[in-house]
Write a protein that binds this ligand. Structure first.
Ligand SMILES: [Zn+2]
Length: 134
């Protein structure tokens, strides 16, 4: 059976594992599927099915360069969005231990550890000094 699968996947895009685009689409398909059951929007079921079908089409495709380019395109388009959410989580984590101040002169963001009382902050960009409570 494993041999059969190996032979079946040989020369197909899915032989190299799933790419980011496939993983993302599978995740969205799973979400749509769940929503189609939990909400009155049963039509989402068909969208989920279409997405799944598209994922399989890509995995079984023999046109590897085309699939590779699709994934590159997808990554390029979505990296900004993913990074935005990553940065968002990072900022929340930072908020617990740090204050983020803006330099009054040049608006440079400066990260100061919390709980140090009143301190003089020197802007690393323009050298302006200002007092803040941390
Ligand atoms: Zn400054």
């Amino acid at each position: 059976m494993k041999d059969f699968l190996n032979r079946f996947f040989q020369g197909r895009y899915g032989a190299y594992g799933t790419d980011k685009m496939t993983r993302f689409f599978l995740l969205v398909a799973a979400l749509l599927l769940a929503l189609s059951f939990l909400t009155p929007f049963a039509i989402l079921y068909y969208f989920a099915f279409a997405l799944l079908f598209y994922c399989y089409f890509r995995l079984f495709s023999r046109n590897i360069p085309a699939r590779y380019r699709e994934n590159e395109f997808f990554c390029k388009k979505t990296d900004k969005v993913f990074n935005f959410f990553k940065g968002f989580g990072y900022n929340i984590a930072q908020h617990k231990d740090y204050h983020i101040y803006k330099c009054p002169d040049c608006n440079q963001k400066i990260r100061i550890p919390r709980g140090k009382g009143k301190i003089a902050i020197k802007c690393p960009k323009c050298g302006k000094e200002f007092i803040k409570r941390s």
